[in-house]
Design a protein around this ligand. Structure first.
Ligand code: SF4
Length: 392
């Protein structure tokens, strides 16, 4: 059975042609699947009965199955989705007055192991397929467009998509780009490039590839103003240091749908939130047209970090604003259901043996205590190597 949900318009045409059907059938199927959110060929009434019968024998329209569906006090909704072999990913819908944003996952887990990220602690299992990525938008639209009786709730509940859920989207480049092309396609979801944002931890060669393949809005997880600190918080920085990353951002803007890059900066109490860090950050991004999005850390069990105090957040923001940088502080949404930024965990069968490495590290720490920074630096080397194996 072919899952039609993940096929591009061209692939769908080829599929129809192989069954002896004209190209316009592919357009009809696209509209039924992605705009009417239908998964039952029998309901596709403008398609001939004979073709529908053929489809039933050869194809399916299948998004990941919903394991749990939770709504927070502020209306944020989180789905835990089954992606097989005991792996589950999370997708989050954030409603706001004038728009609705869907935060989409790209991998079961993540190999990059940023130290403040709940997903990074889960380990990595595999890349999601195109159908599993676009399936998150498909099922959220379906769930949000009607109540149980099928009555419409909002005509267009999802106005924006952010590739900011579980995983590093650029480490699953081909599938993420194919899914985003469906998001942009007028016969599918018809979102503008400005309303689809990809967030990366900074895979420099892949940022350049994205610029040519599918330039959507770009967000970069910066989180530190210098390489020494960023090497600890975002270990991929050891391979692609800040200077290289910022140059790639400037190159990206040449083709981007917005004339700036968004830098995300999670504020960790006493780690990266001092006035000196703020000043250093303002200086380091000075040549990049950018906006800064400050994210007070959302704690999760065993993270080892604390959220910065509100006064520290305000002081940090003010330094950036005084340096003429457009700066916002992200409002925490959905933290009562662990749906806030950095809290997504899902369920991941780790294939990186990270858990075993962490336990070995903990044993080493117990027997010979050393400075935490030295330990982190030491531990970072194999972490980056493991990530590179998947990124390359
Ligand atoms: S912050 Fe992003 S890249 Fe880093 S571990 Fe988490 S999901 Fe992966």
């Amino acid at each position: 059975m072919v899952n039609l949900l993940g096929l591009s318009p061209v692939e769908l045409q080829a599929f129809c042609a192989a069954l002896g059907e004209k190209p316009f059938r592919a357009k009809q199927l696209m509209r039924w699947m992605h705009q009417a959110h239908a998964d039952d060929f029998g309901a596709m009434t403008d398609i001939s009965k004979a073709f529908r019968e053929q489809l039933e024998k050869t194809a399916t329209v299948q998004a990941p199955a919903v394991r749990r569906d939770t709504t927070a006090g502020d209306g944020t909704r989180k789905w835990l989705l089954d992606v097989g072999t005991n792996n589950a990913i999370e997708t989050v819908f954030i409603p706001e007055t004038s728009r609705g944003t869907l935060c989409v996952s790209s991998q079961a887990g993540c190999a990059l192991e940023c130290s403040f990220c709940s997903t990074g602690r889960q380990g990595f299992n595999r890349n999601l397929s195109v159908a599993e990525i676009i399936g998150q938008l498909w099922l959220a639209n379906r769930a949000l467009k009607g109540d149980a009786a099928g009555h419409p709730i909002a005509e267009r509940p999802i106005t924006n998509v952010v590739m900011m859920g579980m995983g590093e989207p650029l480490a699953n480049f081909d599938n993420v780009v194919a899914a985003m092309q469906l998001m942009l396609d007028d016969s599918a979801y018809g979102l503008s490039r400005r309303r689809v944002t990809l967030s990366t931890s900074g895979l420099v060669p892949a940022i350049d590839r994205l610029r040519d393949a599918c330039p959507v809005a770009l967000a970069v997880s910066l989180h530190a103003p210098n390489d020494a600190l960023r090497n600890e918080l975002v270990p991929i920085n050891r391979k692609y240091p800040i200077r290289e990353l910022l140059k790639a951002c400037v190159r990206y803007i040449e083709k981007a749908p917005r004339d700036f890059v968004t830098f995300e900066y999670v504020l960790l109490d006493g780690v990266n939130d001092t006035l000196a860090h703020a000043r250093e950050l303002a200086a380091v991004v000075t040549d990049v047209p950018c906006k800064l999005n400050l994210i007070p850390f959302n704690p999760f069990p065993g993270s080892g970090y604390e959220r910065s105090k509100p006064e520290a957040v305000a002081r940090f923001r003010d330094v950036l604003i005084r340096a003429d940088l457009t700066t916002t502080v992200r409002k925490t949404r959905g933290d009562d259901i662990d749906a806030a930024c950095g809290q997504l965990a899902g369920e991941v069968q780790d294939r990186t043996r990270r858990h075993a490495r962490r336990e070995a590290r903990a044993t080493q720490e117990d027997s010979a205590p050393r400075a935490p920074r030295a330990l982190a630096a030491e531990a970072g080397v194999p972490r980056v190597q493991a990530a590179e194996e998947r990124v390359g």
